[in-house]
Design a protein around this ligand. Sequence first.
Ligand code: NDP
Ligand code: ZN
Length: 353
Amino acid sequence: GPVPSKGYAMFSADGDFKPYEFERHAVGDHDVLIEILYAGICHSDIHSVRSEWGGSPYPVVPGHEIVGRVTQVGKDVTKFTVGDIAGVGCMVNSCGECEMCRMGEEQFCTQGAVFTYGSKDRFHGDAVTQGGYSNNIVVKDAFAVNVPADADLSRVAPLLCAGITTYSPLRRADIQAGDKVAVAGFGGLGHLAVKYALSFGAEVTVFDITEEKRDAALEMGAVRYVNVKKEGATKGLNSTFDYVLSTIPKPYDPMMYVNMLKLDGEMVIVGLPAFAEAPSILINRFIFSARRKVSGSLIGGMPETQEMLDYSIAHDIYPDVEMIAVDQIDAAYDAVVDGEVQFRYVIDMATMD
Ligand code: NDP
Ligand code: ZN
């Protein structure tokens, strides 16, 4: 039958987190039940629960950077056994049959992927999904990744969203040693993008809006750190980069970054500001901009998510995290918006009664 669950939910766009008890769907033949150990706080959680991307259903338990221990498996599950460590990211199901799903790009399922929270689960009576700021989750085995038990579990959770979202476009770009890569927005996603790009041999420049992250960027291995707020326009860097990855969650001028690309260079955008303040590119400026390409990228598919996890652990690429207790989530949200976290909050779910 249904699985009782408890977590922390927002009940309106401007409220606080409160304890919330609810039910997960029963553990089906292809499902696993995971006892959640850690949940990362992604800026997407904040955009979502504050209804900055259009309406959100309430109550909503956010969280799509999840790591935990498998405590029950359905009879057809071969990928996990009880006691294994599993990770869950932004999706929990998809049709499995369309061209996108067969390509392993389930996030673009033509019928619509079921996202980890705030999403109607058509496979379970249209119940709205609830995320990882909770003690457990039930998920189809194909949407959980295998995590080796000797990985640093307290730092694995953010890989499930911030990791795959930056690894996927950088992989697709086939970054070569010596390529000049810029990462715009040096937060949860951005600092992982820097680590991946460096691991591919790129020469990395970081753009952010604070002095407080300069040392961390240079220590991580970036060759240059630009405080856009202080140093202003970056004309000296026009036509410099092969590749730009923007993770910026606030309004900004995308053309400033497009102009820093070389001929035929590419800018990939993953940062998704509130819809009300989303920046845009004027086509007249774009047309005259040396054939530079701009595209978007949405997380990554499940096979690539497993690849990213294996790669990260093999190369010792983990996020820099600050551990918090469940009663610190509200304060953590404000700190993320104010740019005070270096670089990802992770909630220790064992702090929940
Ligand atoms: P964070 O808040 O951790 O990081 C954002 C960083 O951008 C911060 O360092 C912030 O600076 C910096 N920043 C803000 N404004 C500017 C600016 N004008 N120029 C340069 N840097 C700036 O957020 P996340 O990394 O968690 O998420 C980033 C975005 O990516 C969000 O919009 C999120 O929703 C989106 N996202 C998209 C996904 C996808 O699949 N496409 C998946 C996951 C997230 P400071 O610290 O100084 O405030
Ligand atoms: Zn996320």
